[in-house]
Write a protein that binds this ligand. Structure first.
Ligand SMILES: *Cc1c(COP(=O)(O)O)cnc(C)c1O
Length: 465
């Protein structure tokens, strides 16, 4: 057996990775031809790779390391719990202290009467729970036909069969026979790309009103729920116009359909308050949580459910659950994460100090010749790359060509910024400091300059006709 350690040469690690590891959302041949970057350790907002590069992680891993890397308290909480009770299930009339404590904590943190938690191992699993939960809820209320869930194009709700069906990613639907029946997708509130001649406010209203049109078309007695991310994350950090969520809320109220806020990214401080629903004035019946719940230190997700929905569900046996629902180690880690986020005032500071500072710098990027719009909500931001700002043009080249070039230039400048098509997105750890934000913006600017030069050299600064 080979002992594989951090001290192996990068090329050997890459060769072993290529031989045996299949990466998510990756063309394996392309990656294996060049070799994956090997990340070996991290502290605060900084990653170190196997060649010793120090990289500013402006994505907090995959939108999840809200607390930043290297907090020993979480490792210790995990170790303590593993020694005391590494595992026990909650299926058969048993419970345990970490799951009790975390549930009570979440009920306190969550707005309104969202007081009950059903656990999962991830955001995808939690959204699968939500599909079955809302349908079962209506069946319990004598309306088994009320089972259509309305979602949005370009939404991301996970990668399992159910959650990817809820999501509105065409590329995902094209593989494996998705979506499952009775999921309906309306258009997204992406003004930059789709707003045409409307003002953002008009456009936000129009896109929200598509929900009402869909309800009327499908039949009020068929629609169970609407699901949306307060701010679409993986879709490219699409910050909705201000008019959007109030109108969605009005429509959900009017027709009495359940509102699910997918808070997997927006939750736990990302938008500057504990939950995106608070930032956008949404009153959901169910919130999906994962990612920042444990700052990514342990896999855990869940659905926080309001009193009325819990009351209906508790009156039946919901034949659903995961071996790792309420896993004690993951719960202990999440609890410690929440304690630190709260006691150190990290969420409050992110909202009141860090977010305004980042906003001012980030929005300044709109002056760059390659950038059409710069949007930000708390500590999640995006910029749209464009060959022509005035007309909000897309590139003539395939979508994502310019974005990929820009991302490569970011990596070359020791900055992790992701691209979604030709939008660049950031979602740094909430603990990022003002000097680190300055570094982020400097590196992003250098990368944008380099990407712009490359696009010009390669004749790619051409608008699609
Ligand atoms: C990441 C994500 C999910 C899926 O979570 P996993 O833990 O990857 O399964 C669901 N919803 C949103 C909004 C996400 O960003």
């Amino acid at each position: 057996m080979t002992l594989i350690t951090n001290h192996m040469p990068t090329a050997e690690l890459q060769a072993l990775d290529a031989a045996h590891h299949m990466h998510p959302f990756t063309n394996g041949d392309e990656l294996n031809a060049k070799g994956a970057r090997v990340i070996t350790r991290a502290k605060g907002v900084t990653l170190t790779d196997s060649d010793g590069n120090e990289i500013l992680d402006a994505m907090a891993g995959l939108w999840c390391v809200n607390l930043g890397y290297g907090r020993d308290e979480l490792a210790e909480a995990a170790a303590r719990q593993m020694k005391e009770l590494p595992y026990y299930n909650t299926f058969f009339q048993t419970t345990h202290v970490p799951v009790i404590a975390l549930s009570e904590r979440l009920a306190q943190l969550a707005p309104g009467d969202l007081n009950h938690v059903f656990y999962a191992g991830s955001g995808s699993e939690a959204n699968d729970t939500n599909i079955r939960l809302v349908r079962t809820y209506w069946a319990q209320k004598g309306k088994p036909d009320k089972n259509i869930i309305i979602s949005r194009k370009n939404a991301y709700h996970g990668s399992s069969v159910g959650s990817a069906s809820l999501g509105g990613m065409q590329g995902m639907h094209a593989q494996g026979g998705l979506p499952i029946p009775d999921i309906h997708h309306i258009n997204q509130p992406n003004w930059w790309a789709e707003g045409g001649d409307m003002t953002p406010e008009e456009f936000g209203l129009a896109r929200a009103q598509e929900l009402e049109e869909a309800i009327l078309e499908l039949g009020e007695d068929r629609v169970a729920a609407f699901i949306g991310e307060p701010v679409q994350g993986a879709g490219g950090v699409i910050v909705p116009p201000e008019t959007y969520w109030p109108e969605i809320q009005r429509i959900c109220d009017k027709y009495g359909i359940l509102l699910i806020a997918d808070e997997v990214i927006c939750g736990f401080g990302r938008t500057g308050q504990w939950f995106g629903s608070q930032t956008y004035g949404i009153r959901p019946h169910i919130m999906t949580i994962a990612k920042g719940l444990s700052s990514g230190y342990a896999p855990i997700g869940g659905s926080i459910v309001c009193d009325e929905v819990a009351e209906v569900m508790n009156a039946c046996e919901f034949a659903h659950g995961y071996t790792y629902s309420g896993h004690p180690v993951a719960c202990a880690v999440a609890l410690e994460n929440l304690r630190i986020l709260e006691e150190e005032g990290i969420v409050d500071r992110a909202g009141s100090e860090t977010a305004p500072y980042l906003k001012q710098k980030w929005e300044g990027l709109v002056d760059h010749p390659l950038v059409g719009e710069a949007k930000i909500a708390g500590l999640m931001g995006s910029i749209a790359l464009t060959p022509d700002k005035a007309t909000r043009a897309q590139f003539a080249a395939d979508a994502g060509t310019a974005g990929l070039i820009c991302r490569e230039e970011c990596f070359a400048n020791n900055l992790v910024m992701r691209h979604v098509g030709d939008r660049m997105v950031i979602s740094p750890p909430l603990v990022i400091t003002k000097p680190e934000i300055d570094t982020l913006i400097d590196r992003a600017t250098t990368a944008l300059d380099a990407a712009h030069a490359r696009l010009q050299d390669e004749g790619l600064m051409k608008a699609a006709s």
